[in-house]
Design a protein around this ligand. Structure first.
Ligand code: GUN
Length: 278
């Protein structure tokens, strides 16, 4: 049976480290503050946003909550972001995605000051990540790196395959694995003979967006498998992009869903918030 990479426990360890750091900062009169903006009331987004606010409260980070009507204009949202960019009390700004269809996500992401871009989505932040400069790292990929490091999985020199090429996960994931000296392949829906590619992986990161897509046939014996997907099944339970029961029999280590990558995304967001005042 594979080693279970426990994202819940590792994220708790990180949050506790941050809690101590914030307590020290507060003694010096410094308190990080995150503005969390949600437009509309998509139920999944509401769960994520609430979890982010709860994590702030646990660590001692102040959070400001903006719950905006689905119908507000892009201009109104831009003016709120502009105000927060100039507010010295606010260190981080997070706009929960996806946004309503009448808004251009790219324009909103670009409006957030790179100094407050705790999601790590601004093109300037992405550029810094690519060239290895200091700056915020995108939360989910950074969380995956922490999961691997804190589970003593060495990345250097390993064959790493990322399935998925989104701006939020796949692309930055590949860059961060490369920064750790992995030999990285990005596979996607147009990849020929996907199984042949994924079976080369020592470390396989699944960010496909399809429930239980990665079965045992896609993995090499003894590989490490990280599941970034999250889907709600008809029975109400959650599952990932990986068929856990099938794949876990064949690999050396695997993340569960829930309790794998999900809690790490929030822990790394909290880390970025603390980084704004470090
Ligand atoms: N929607 C899904 N994941 C994320 C995330 O990491 N940040 C934001 N802002 N929205 C998301």
């Amino acid at each position: 049976m594979a080693q279970l990479i426990d994202g819940k426990a590792i994220s708790m360890q990180i949050k506790n480290e941050l809690k101590e750091e914030v307590a020290d900062l507060k003694e010096k009169g410094i308190c990080p503050c995150l503005a969390v903006i949600q437009v509309g009331n998509d139920p999944a987004s509401s769960v994520y946003v609430n979890n982010k606010k709860k994590a702030c409260a646990y660590i001692g980070i102040e959070s400001l909550s903006y719950e905006l009507e689905e119908t507000i204009s892009q201009e109104t949202l831009l003016s709120i972001i502009d105000e927060l960019n100039h507010n010295e009390m606010v260190h981080g700004i997070l706009v929960q995605l996806p946004l309503p269809k009448h808004m251009e996500e790219e324009a909103i992401i670009k409006a957030i000051s790179p100094e407050k871009d705790v999601d790590g989505f601004h093109p300037e932040t992405v550029g810094n990540m690519c060239i290895g400069s200091k700056g915020f790292l995108p939360c989910t990929p950074a969380g995956v790196i922490q999961l691997l490091k804190r589970s003593n999985v060495d990345i250097s020199g390993k064959e790493c395959v990322v399935v998925g090429r989104s701006n939020i996960v796949g692309k930055p994931m590949a860059i961060l694995l490369l920064r750790e000296n992995g030999t990285v392949t990005i596979a996607h829906s147009k990849t020929k003979d996907l199984k042949e590619v994924t079976r080369r992986a020592d470390i396989l990161v699944a960010a496909v967006g399809k429930p239980k897509f990665i079965t045992a046939e896609y993995v090499k014996e003894g590989a490490v498998v990280i599941d970034v997907g999250i889907h709600r099944k008809e029975d109400g339970k959650l599952c990932g992009d990986v068929d856990f029961d099938d794949v876990s029999k064949k690999v050396s280590a695997i993340t569960p869903v829930p309790g794998g990558v999900g809690p790490m995304t929030i822990a790394m967001l909290m880390n970025n918030c603390v980084q704004t005042v470090r």
